[in-house]
Design a protein around this ligand. Sequence first.
Ligand code: FAD
Length: 429
Amino acid sequence: MSAIRSLRSIAARPAARGIFRPQFSLSTFQHRNASSKHPKGFEAPTSEDLQELRERVQEFTRREITEEVAAKTDKSNSFPNDMWQKLGDAGFLGITADEDVGGLGMGYQAHCVVMEEISRASGSIGLSYAAHSQLCVNQLQLNGTLEQKMKYLPGLIAGTKVGALAMSESGSGSDVVSMKTSAKAVDGGYIINGTKMWITNGPDASFVVVYAKTEPDKGSKGITAFIVEKEFEGFSCARKLDKMGMRGSNTGELVFDGVFVPKENVLGEINRGVKVLMEGLDIERLVLSAGPLGIMQAALDVALPFTHQRKQFGAPIAHNQLVQGKLADMYTKLQAAKSYTYATAKQVDEFGQIRTQDCAGAILYSAERATECALDCIQLLGGMGYVEEMPASRLLRDAKLYEIGAGTSEVRRIVLGRAFNKEYSGYAS
Ligand SMILES: Cc1cc2nc3c(=O)[nH]c(=O)nc-3n(C[C@H](O)[C@H](O)[C@H](O)COP(=O)(O)OP(=O)(O)OC[C@H]3O[C@@H](n4cnc5c(N)ncnc54)[C@H](O)[C@@H]3O)c2cc1C
């Protein structure tokens, strides 16, 4: 019922042009549950709702994220800034957030659908979208006080403000708990000093969720999350990074030079930042796993028509069994990865069950398959796969990021390994 209310309240907002408005029947939701990771009163959407949402996102991407926009974003290495407002108007920036602050409260399957379709149109716009709507908006939704949500979420969800999350440092990536950025308690708040590296949306962000050491001697038990505003004195973006892929998803190095953050901007509990961080990482990996799904679909969108139109030896190249084998492999990898991501998201939405190993497993699998599919796409296009006139090389460059960002493939395998060790600890005696 709350999903219906959410959609109706959003649909009534003047800004919500073209918003998804499904026709629900109340009984549809009767057995669907909420969890601590969903807004109060959350009821999971049906597969019909999700299909309708997908069609709405596709209408949006066909109109707003054309191949021309995607190619320009990549070539210019700059995010099309009017996109935030467009995404906000469409209602896509608060998919998991509470309706009271302008969100749709539709859950993680819905968030994966939007992420997948945007990434299908442009990997880099998809990555920036996830950093904003998941890493920032959903972290505030899950851990913010009512005052923090009322203050920060409406602008972020409307697309008038841009969000980011800053955890990694140049010396602390996989071992993020070894971070050096510090937050010293002072009268009325904290003073943050340090730098953060590779921060998606960092150069554009109005609000950044930042992790810093409040008790450096206590290791993982001495980290706290803060909300930092762009205008806070001492905060700056030192540089925008020039990346091989995900170009146009602006990535920056952030500097905190004696930034005073009022105590009202502590996100979650003091010294419990690792809880915020680790729980956030599970859902982050799950939602981000839909990015590679979109890229795999994009690779098929390019390779299928090309191989059926391109003739060699008097026949379409897709009539050769070696070419068919590649297309079949691409297709089955996409379907398998899709099933894993959406099954994991369904568990979260319908049973409130977040399995760390499956969140890590879903992105481990989809990320590696996406790189393979993008490579196959290049191969199937032959010479045209190797020139920038076609999107194949962009797909490969974008896909590779997902084996690194949000924890590398190696770290994801470690997460799975540790889960097995825990589950089978009784066998080691
Ligand atoms: C485009 C982009 C966007 C990003 N966006 C954000 C963002 O918005 N916010 C944010 O906080 N961070 C962000 N990151 C940072 C990202 O999360 C880190 O780059 C990632 O966690 C890896 O850390 P690292 O680069 O320091 O690599 P390292 O940790 O130095 O790892 C280097 C290599 O060693 C391997 N390795 C490390 N430890 C082990 C081990 N114990 N066992 C086996 N292998 C190991 C790694 O898997 C990797 O192959 C982004 C990165 C990129 C490239």
